[in-house]
Write a protein that binds this ligand. Structure first.
Ligand code: NAP
Length: 257
C-alpha cells in the first residue's frame, strides 16, 4: 500500500512513524516547504496523488480549502482520502473532490506514533476495499472506534486534545517535584512510573469498581489525599474539567463553520 501525506508536521510524522515498519508499505509526502528529510517528497499534489493509494490530509483546518482546491481537478476515484483535520466534515471534502471518492474521517492523537492512539473513524463508503485497508492500518495504531460524525467534536475534545490536558496535570506535579532537588531526568522517570502505576491500578480494577471507589481506596480518613481532594472539590475541579472539554468541543464545532 502506498501512502501520500499532504502536510508532514506533527501528526503526519506521527502516523508515518506508527506505520513505517508495517511490511509492504511505502511513503511519500508533499508539504508547503518540502524541507522534511527521511522520506520521499513530491513537489506537487498531482505527483503525490498519482504515487499514493491513501492520501492523508495532515494539514491545519485553515489550509484545507487551498489543498482541496488543488485536489479538485485530480481524478481520485481509485484512491482513499483520510482526513484527521479537526472540525472538518466529510461533506466539506466531498464538495471539492466529489461524492464518488472514498473519504475516511478520523480523529487520532499523537500516540499514534507508538501504536497507542485512540482513533475514531467514519466514512462515506463502508463497502470500499480501500476503506477496509485503511481500517486495518488504523487498527495497528492503537484502539479504534467507529463513531457517527455528529460525535466527532466531543471525541476530539476528549481523545484528540486529551493527551495535552493530562500532560498539563503532569506539568503541575513536575513543577513541585523540582523542589525535591532531583534531576529533570529522574523527575521524568518518577512521573512515568506514577502514571504507569495509576493506569495499571485502573486497568486491573475498572471492571469491578467505579473510578470514585478506586479514589476512595487511596483516601484514608483524615489523611493527606483527603486533604488534597477536599481542596479540589471545594474549588469545583469537576466543573472546571467539564468546561475545558466543552470549550474544546465548541472550538471544533466553530472550525466546521
Ligand atoms: N497534532 C495533533 O495531536 C493532532 C491530533 C489530531 C488531529 N490533528 C489534526 O491534524 C492536522 C495536522 O496537525 P499537525 O499538528 O500535524 O499540524 P502541523 O504540525 O502544523 O503541520 C501542518 C503541515 O501542513 C503543511 N502545509 C501547510 N499548508 C500546506 C499546503 N498548502 N500544502 C501542503 N502542505 C501544507 C505544513 O507544511 P511545512 O511542514 O512544509 O510547513 C505542515 O507540514 C490538523 O488539522 C489537526 O486538526 C492533529
Amino acid at each position: 500500500m502506498k501512502h501520500g501525506f499532504i502536510g508532514f508536521g506533527n501528526l503526519g510524522k506521527a502516523i508515518y512513524q506508527g506505520l513505517k515498519d508495517n511490511k509492504g508499505h511505502s511513503f511519500a509526502y508533499a508539504s508547503k516547504s518540502n524541507l522534511h528529510t527521511g522520506i520521499k517528497s513530491f513537489g506537487n499534489l498531482s505527483q503525490l496523488t498519482s504515487f499514493a493509494d491513501v492520501i492523508w490530509l495532515c494539514i491545519q483546518p485553515q489550509n484545507l480549502i487551498e489543498v482541496l482546491t488543488q485536489l479538485k481537478s485530480i481524478n481520485l476515484k481509485d484512491k482513499v482520502i483520510v482526513s484527521p483535520v479537526a472540525g472538518k466534515s466529510i461533506s466539506v471534502i466531498e464538495n471539492y473532490v466529489g461524492k464518488n471518492v472514498t473519504i475516511v474521517r478520523i480523529m487520532p492523537n499523537l500516540a499514534v506514533a507508538y501504536k497507542k492512539s485512540v482513533t475514531a473513524y467514519c466514512t462515506n463508503n463502508k463497502q470500499a476495499k480501500l476503506f477496509k485497508s485503511v481500517k486495518k492500518n488504523l487498527m495497528t495504531l492503537g484502539k479504534v472506534v467507529e463513531l457517527p460524525e455528529r460525535h466527532f467534536d466531543l471525541f476530539t475534545a476528549i481523545f484528540g486534545s486529551g493527551p495535552a490536558f493530562l500532560l498539563t496535570i503532569l506539568q503541575a506535579l513536575k513543577n513541585k517535584i523540582s523542589e525535591l532537588g532531583i534531576s529533570d531526568r529522574e523527575a521524568n522517570d518518577l512521573l512515568i512510573e506514577l502514571i504507569i502505576g495509576t493506569i495499571t491500578y485502573f486497568k486491573e480494577n475498572c471492571t469491578q469498581k467505579s473510578i470514585d471507589n478506586l479514589i476512595k481506596d487511596i483516601t484514608s480518613k483524615g489523611g493527606t489525599t483527603e486533604a488534597g481532594l477536599n481542596y479540589l472539590r471545594k474549588n469545583n475541579l469537576d466543573q472546571l474539567f467539564e468546561k475545558v472539554i466543552l470549550e474544546a468541543q465548541k472550538k471544533s464545532k466553530e472550525i466546521d463553520k
